[in-house]
Design a protein around this ligand. Sequence first.
Ligand code: CDP
Ligand code: ZN
Length: 164
Amino acid sequence: DPALSPAMRIGHGFDLHRLEPGYKLIIGGLDIPHDRGCVAHSDGDVLLHCVTDAVLGALCLEDIGQLFPDNDPEWKGASSDIFMNEAMRLCDEMGYKVSNLDATIIAQRPKLSPHKETIRDNVAELLRCDRRLVNIKAKTHEKVDSLGENRSIGCHCVVLLVRK
Ligand code: CDP
Ligand code: ZN
């Protein structure tokens, strides 16, 4: 049925992690020096979790938590590359590739602009597309709520997949 393999598929992702001292802050595969990091079962990469869920969502597959349960010891401390690679393997298998991705990371601190281009390269490599098809933005949360009070970090993104 051609209606079940449309020319384009859109996906949305959202993720949020609690921030606490004594944990690493890993965003888009980059280990960023900071006084706190993400509490998580895996490496807590809020951006890669968000992007993985957007790709899986576009394909109408189970989400990251269903594919990689956080009570499964196999994923303890796992690099989020594993989640991205599995989502992209499924994407390829279903006959799609990335058209473009747009992401917004919400973090009161640290300043992410110095790291944005490195993160962009990492995400493009994982998405198997040109870096110019990947956009990474960062916003503060105007010092309000857990995001603005440095108690959490969040991310939103949308991805467009096109038939290969
Ligand atoms: O001014 P506006 O409220 O739109 O944005 P903001 O949250 O005050 O952030 C201003 C700019 O700082 C953003 O456009 C980002 O380029 C940058 N930023 C950053 O590099 N790292 C963050 N964690 C937050 C914001
Ligand atoms: Zn996550």
